[in-house]
Design a protein around this ligand. Structure first.
Ligand code: TXA
Ligand code: MG
Length: 343
């Protein structure tokens, strides 16, 4: 069933029209967003939504985010809009913030994987907005990677994972943010951060005052517990190589990695900190530049596979601001394996 001759469309008017027309026919199209590329389908068409799960190899119990292009498209999808959501939407939409609401009868079970809630976001990427608006329906879209691998931040990454599995990819250049949206649950008394992303906890608190950070953000899910966000329980964002996070100064990191050098050993480090490493390395932004780390972290994880590493020691980022999202993704790609170096 996956025998498409996958086409690369430009993010121009023709490409946008073509994408919208495929989506209206119930087909899947990978689209650029400011966070990562999404694998989109008409969110109101259960058959189209099921195809997303098949093309990605995604577990059936992991719900999808619904993307809208206009605030007036929110109301029909939810049963109520809490005040916090209204204020957050006003401040951070369009942008990298996903909010969880109680869902209305319009949202198919397939989108929410059987939950009574629905995740909604309005992306800020002009090509994404144009495609949603031209398609005339909300679009369900997870990240456009094969389940388990790093999220795609270029059309080339999507092609690598999805060639033959979908009819088209719209190329909108590199995703500027580089990590997925912040996921915020607004169905309880206090807003709960389920996944850190482009909008930081400080930015949310500036609007809501209160915010609970779910324990799954920086911790491992206990076996058998029910996660607030189903996506948190899966191993994620992983290259083929085994990733190990290493906390410490540049000097301590260099000495530690060099003590491990050997066949198949590589490093992922900050810009300008690789000169003394005796193993192949890739960099992912400056030590004090979390926005650049976010922009490059998934590409760096993909480049690790190109150098055929077996084990990669990755310099651990500071979990502040958008750095919390970078840390959260790397912790998952490392399967929570962290080495803390004594200084
Ligand atoms: O930036 C993004 O959010 C990208 C772009 C394409 O918009 N999308 C994305 O989708 O990252 P995905 O499917 O890779 O991640 C969605 C996350 C998952 O962790 C999922 O479990 C959670 O959102 N989620 C979706 N619906 C939910 C719900 N009703 N309740 C709790 N968590 C939900
Ligand atoms: Mg994903």
């Amino acid at each position: 069933m996956f025998d498409y001759d996958t086409r690369l469309l430009k993010g121009d008017r023709n490409g946008i029209n073509e994408a919208a027309s495929l989506l209206s026919k119930g087909e899947l199209v990978a689209i650029p967003t400011e966070t990562v590329y999404g694998l989109a389908a008409n969110a109101l068409n259960p058959g189209a939504v099921r195809r997303i799960f098949e093309a990605k190899g995604r577990p059936q119990d992991n719900p999808l985010i619904v993307h809208i292009s206009d605030i007036k498209d929110l109301k029909p999808l939810v049963t109520e809009i809490p005040d916090n959501a209204r204020m957050l939407a006003q401040k951070y939409w369009p942008g990298p913030l996903t909010m969880i609401f109680h869902r209305s009868g319009l949202v198919p079970d397939e989108v929410s994987a059987g939950l009574s809630t629905v995740a909604i976001r309005m992306p800020s990427h002009p090509v994404a907005l144009a495609i949603i608006s031209k398609a005339g329906v909300p679009l369900a879209a997870p990240s456009a990677n094969r389940s388990g691998s790093p999220s795609p931040t270029t059309a080339g990454h999507v092609l690598k994972d999805m060639a033959g599995r979908i009819p088209a990819i719209v190329d909108g250049g590199e995703s500027p943010v580089g990590v997925e949206s912040t996921v915020l649950d607004l169905t309880g008394d206090v807003p709960r951060l389920l996944r850190p992303g482009g909008i930081t906890p400080e930015q949310i608190r500036a609007v809501t005052g209160e915010l609970v950070i779910d324990s799954a953000v920086t911790g491992r899910m206990e076996e058998g517990t029910v996660p607030h966000s189903p996506g948190m329980k899966y191993r994620h964002y992983s290259p083929k190589a085994k990733v190990i996070l290493v906390k410490g100064s540049r000097e301590a990191f260099t000495a530690f990695v060099n003590s491990k050098k050997g066949e198949g050993v590589a490093a992922m480090c900050f810009d300008g900190e690789g000169q003394d490493l005796q193993v192949p390395f890739v960099t992912y932004g400056g030590r004090n530049d979390p926005a650049e780390q976010a922009h490059r972290v998934f590409d760096a994880l993909r480049r690790i596979d190109e150098i055929d590493a077996r084990v990669v020691y990755c310099a651990c980022p500071e979990p502040d601001g958008i750095g919390l999202a970078v840390y959260n993704r790397l912790l998952r790609s490392a399967g929570f394996e962290v080495v803390e170096l004594d200084e």
